[in-house]
Ligand binder design. Structure first.
Ligand code: ZN
Length: 149
């Protein structure tokens, strides 16, 4: 069980996100490009890790941009550019963001917001401890910043 703090920036050097995260190493809780590079680090270590789309949130896929008829949304539903929706598909729960609202429907983008971007993580290892049997059986970390039941 690893506790990290991280700062995330994109290719342009813009800050995207920062925070603290507890994760269970080796259980694919985090993107592979990050998990692989964190292997072997110790408490107090810092590392700047560059992650390509292939090892991160995937390449941007134009095929995940689709025009959906307004009737697909509940009547009276307010729909604005930038809104997020979730829908149940044959691939599981998918998240979409509204790219455009048009006369003939709504353009939705199913790509992860970070798809297609080279990412730089500046990571600091705060804590490492043995995972509890319960955490291992659940496949995720429990605790302050982890998953709560
Ligand atoms: Zn759990």
């Amino acid at each position: 069980m690893v506790s990290i703090s991280y700062k995330l920036t994109n290719d342009a050097g813009e800050s995207i996100d920062s925070g603290d995260l507890d994760y269970l190493h080796g259980h694919h809780n985090i993107i592979p490009g990050l998990e692989n590079e964190l292997t072997g680090l110790k408490i107090g270590d810092s590392k700047v890790i560059k992650v390509t789309p292939a090892d991160g949130y995937g390449e941007y896929d134009e095929g995940l941009v689709q025009l959906v008829p307004r009737e697909a949304f509940p009547p009276g539903q307010k729909i604005e550019v930038g809104m997020h929706f979730q829908s149940r598909t044959e691939d599981g729960i998918m998240s979409f963001v509204v790219l455009e609202t048009r006369e003939d429907g709504i353009v939705l983008d199913g790509n992860h917001p970070l798809a297609g971007q080279n990412l730089t993580f500046d990571v600091y290892i705060k804590k490492i401890r043995e995972a509890s049997p319960e955490e291992i059986s659940h496949g995720h970390a429990h605790g302050a910043h982890g998953h709560h039941h």
